[in-house]
Design a protein around this ligand. Structure first.
Ligand code: CAO
Length: 538
């Protein structure tokens, strides 16, 4: 008992000493440098004084720390407390392992190790253009894309803009290559059962129905996520959440709502939509990017997620330089717009820029030989600053190289119209291809206006697989656009689009495991066939 009391008293004494030492340390830290300095020390001024002050404070702190450490050491010794065994940190092993946990590099030749998305199964509920663009790209990359279509009807584009009677239109065939087609009535109970199996089987569901349509089929996120927590549900919609989220949207609506139309066309004309399908195909591309990222994230999390690409957002993303210009307007006119050189004042919004070059290197479309009869006998000409001297020599204006009105990019800005008129006098003496050949020798950036006919016939595009000819059992040979992205270890082989329901039985049997007997029952249920047309009255 007495021993214990003595120990407690000793502990209290030690504690007191520790507190005192701590106080001393704190006090030393607060002590002004002048007081910390030794008596008789030379009085310092300015920066030297500041350095000395810092040094003496440091010394005081160190003294206090030493005292506190010694006191605490004595105290622990008195109390008989053994110093806790401090674990020596193990020698630092290299945490960066070569390969990052990935399998060893394949020894197979590049292009022989399968395709990038091999093994990824996609339940494709897309139609028209935006969604099909996305799933076709996934299919080009090797995913197994199972396109679900309404029995007897299919994707509406099969019959839209038909050029060959009875055959799937090019609108459809050029957006649905490398896919398999299954017909399922998603509102029929047996159809719903088949879809449930597909949801369990697939990794990604892609859809671009009008807002709410997927939910009305009973395929809500909650249901899908419960049925297959790993499934990624990817959607194209016209607008993101907000006042317009329930609206149906087509290509040109997106171009208008995304800021493209207001900035396309000529200043004195109405807004224009572009021929490039930035709303549909552009958003499909964005969605494909989102899906591949979600697939990678799923490798860590094990779960799927919703991926949304709104067409307005996709267009705006592609028109971002125009939002850049909108903000620049607050700080003065947009000097690279020809309207600046023509002394036409700017309004409060990014104007239409005609054929002005979007970047800081002025450019314009100029006529070439034959423009009177050929609507595409034009070339885009960029007066890139580093090659200005070569341009002057070519167009017969060597004096512009030293003329202060033309010698610098800034001096040229108010004279762009005259400069391009002069360039045009020269380009009109040659075909667009001759201008291209001549300019390329001097590294002058130019681009012939190629017609779709010229592109279809361009041999180099065939050789790279960008333009591909495929054979179709009903319509015969047709051209399609292959994979615009070329990968050294995932070469794309473009295949024709499927006929409506061409793979229904194959998918039911081989993929979903229905027996022949079950397939027969499904066939007669009406879930995969078009409803019978009522017989005509005699
Ligand atoms: N079985 C049964 N019903 C099916 C089916 C199937 N396999 N596939 C589709 N349907 C039904 C849908 O359930 C929907 O029915 P309800 O409206 O009764 O629920 C119906 O077909 C039509 O779907 P939808 O509304 O998507 O089609 P739409 O032709 O009226 O509209 C579009 C087309 C493109 C405007 C609209 O889908 C849309 O806004 N999509 C989102 C934006 C988009 O992708 N636009 C780009 C299109 S490309 O230019």
């Amino acid at each position: 008992m007495a021993k214990k009391a003595a120990k407690t008293r000793a502990a209290k004494r030690v504690k007191k000493k520790v507190v005192a030492a701590k106080r001393a340390k704190a006090h030393a830290a607060k002590r002004p440098a002048s007081r910390a300095a030794k008596p008789g020390a030379k009085k310092l001024r300015g920066p030297k004084k500041a350095v000395a002050k810092k040094r003496s404070m440091k010394a005081a702190e160190a003294r206090a720390a030493r005292t506190a450490k010694a006191t605490a050491k004595r105290a622990t010794r008195k109390l008989g407390i053994k110093k806790a065994a401090t674990k020596k940190p193990a020698a630092r092993k290299s945490v960066v392992k070569a390969g990052n946990g990935l399998p060893p590099p394949s020894k197979l030749a590049f292009g022989a190790a399968g395709l990038a998305l091999e093994g990824v199964k996609v339940l494709d509920f897309t139609h028209v253009q935006s969604g099909p663009t996305c799933t076709q790209l996934l299919a080009y990359m090797g995913a197994d894309v199972i396109k679900v279509e309404r029995p007897g009807v299919g994707d509406i584009t099969r019959t839209q803009l038909r050029d060959v009677k009875g055959a799937d239109s090019l609108y459809f065939t050029m957006l649905n290559g490398n896919k398999r087609s299954i017909t399922i009535d998603s509102k029929h109970q047996t159809g719903k059962d088949i879809l449930e199996r597909l949801i369990k089987h697939c990794d990604v569901l892609v859809e671009n129905f009008a807002p709410g349509a997927l939910d009305r089929m009973g395929l809500t996120w909650d249901y899908i996520h419960k049925t297959n927590p790993r499934m990624i549900v990817a959607s194209v919609k016209g607008f993101g959440p907000g006042p317009y989220e329930d609206c149906k949207v087509y290509e040109n609506i997106a171009q208008c709502a995304g800021g493209s139309a207001s900035t396309t066309g000529f200043r004195d004309g109405p807004p224009l939509v572009t021929g490039a399908q930035i709303g549909d195909s552009g958003t499909g591309l964005h969605l494909a990017f989102g899906i591949t990222c979600a697939l990678i994230q799923r490798q860590r999390t094990g779960r799927g997620q919703k991926v949304l690409a709104a067409m307005q957002d996709g267009v705006l993303n592609l028109a971002r330089v125009k939002l850049r210009d909108q903000q620049r307007l607050a700080h003065g006119p947009l000097t690279e717009y020809s309207q600046y050189g023509e002394n036409i004042p700017f309004g409060d919004a990014t104007p239409r820029a005609g054929n002005d070059s979007g970047g800081g290197q002025p450019g314009w479309i100029v006529k070439c030989k034959g423009w009177e009869n050929d609507p595409n006998a034009y070339i885009y000409f960029i007066t890139q600053a580093p090659v200005w001297g070569a341009i002057c020599d070519l167009i017969g204006k060597p004096e512009w190289k030293t003329d202060p009105d033309y010698a610098t990019p800034n001096a040229r800005l108010p004279r762009l119209r005259h400069i391009f008129d002069t360039i045009e006098q020269w380009t009109m003496t040659m075909t667009k291809f001759e201008v291209m050949d001549t300019c390329n020798k001097f590294d002058i950036p130019v681009g012939p206006i190629l017609s779709m006919k010229e592109i279809a016939e361009e041999q180099s595009l065939r050789e790279t697989g960008t333009v591909v000819e495929v054979d179709h059992p009903v319509r015969g040979k047709y051209l399609t656009i292959g994979n615009p992205v070329k990968m050294s270890d995932s070469p794309t082989k473009v295949e024709r689009s499927p006929l409506l329901g061409e793979h229904t039985e194959e998918i039911l049997g081989d993929v979903l495991g229905y027996s022949a007997k079950e397939i027969e029952a499904i066939k007669t249920s009406g879930a995969i066939t078009a409803p019978e047309k009522p017989a005509k009255a005699a």
